[in-house]
Ligand binder design. Sequence first.
Ligand code: SAH
Ligand code: SF4
Length: 347
Amino acid sequence: MDLKKTADWLEKSGYPKFRARQISDAVYKNAVSGFDEITALPAPLRTGLKSHFKILALEPETVLESKAGNAVKAAFLLKDGLKIESVLLNLFPAKWSVCVSTQAGCPVQCPFCATGRRGLKRNLSPAEITSQYLFWAQYLKKSRPEERITGAVFMGMGEPFLNYDSVAESIRTITDPDLIGLGDRHLSVSTAGHVPGIRRFAKDFPQVNLALSLHAVDDALRTRLVPLNEKYPLDQLSKALRDYIFSTKRKVFIEYVLLGGINDSQTAAKKLSEWIKSVENVKYFNVNLIPYNDARRAFRAPARERAQLFANLLLMFNIQATLRHSLGADIKGACGQLAGSSTRDPA
Ligand code: SAH
Ligand code: SF4
């Protein structure tokens, strides 16, 4: 909800200032789903709020739980009829992470990702991004009141750094101790390699985790897999990462989707290790290997043993690496599968 507009309306309607704080605490800290739940407010004020404001800037349409119970996907309807998706993930007992979308569609159009299938529809507003988080906080409060959201990842639909200002405002709302108040280090932003974005992010949010979707370390292959590489090739990316590490002293999380027969060979593992070593000390990197999730017909996941071998090779080269099987594949909620029905991949 728009706090500024709410405060103005409260003032105009003659309510004391402390009401604004009560409302924002209820919405951001206590995850109320409706103004009626804020029983500390006088009834006429609750009625007034209901007729003037909405807590969420998007409308939840469907919610799907994975069989294993560790991933939940929601589809939201935006004001202009577009649809986006967001996921709630259970990575540790009783601790949940929210994966938010930053754009409807994505202009980068990586050929292995369902989100990029139809290009960009539009950027999401800060309120639309933050509302995904608030929706999941409300959902957990109702369905699992003992459990908590302890992290947020900007890894849903879209390239966060192509919608930088909205993403930045949403990060501020999620981390502001007066609003949601999650610690900076509990947030992560994943980029396909937008170099100016990485540089800005290093200055603005040195404590928020940076994840880079690398997928290949030779320019020809990387440009095929991540078309943004044409504009920001590997040497520029390497310099940006070095500067990022120099100024923040933080680790970079490298994401590497394993695509069978394309970037999953032993030679590729060796080249990846060498590239990482050429950027900075290996202690600053953590590689997440993500076996391809079914999203586009032209690709396949490597066999389990092959993926494990790739991981073992990185470890042998002293690179910290984890092989991560995405949660939520049965509800099409895993990495790369989010589409929103207006951008659904018919293939
Ligand atoms: N646009 C940003 C963030 C959203 S994508 C980025 O690309 O980093 C989140 C992650 O899902 C990225 O690492 C992306 O490479 C990965 N991904 C996309 N499609 C995938 C697929 N089909 N299988 C596994 N991971 C995929
Ligand atoms: Fe966009 Fe990321 Fe999907 Fe590439 S992987 S199309 S950058 S959302």
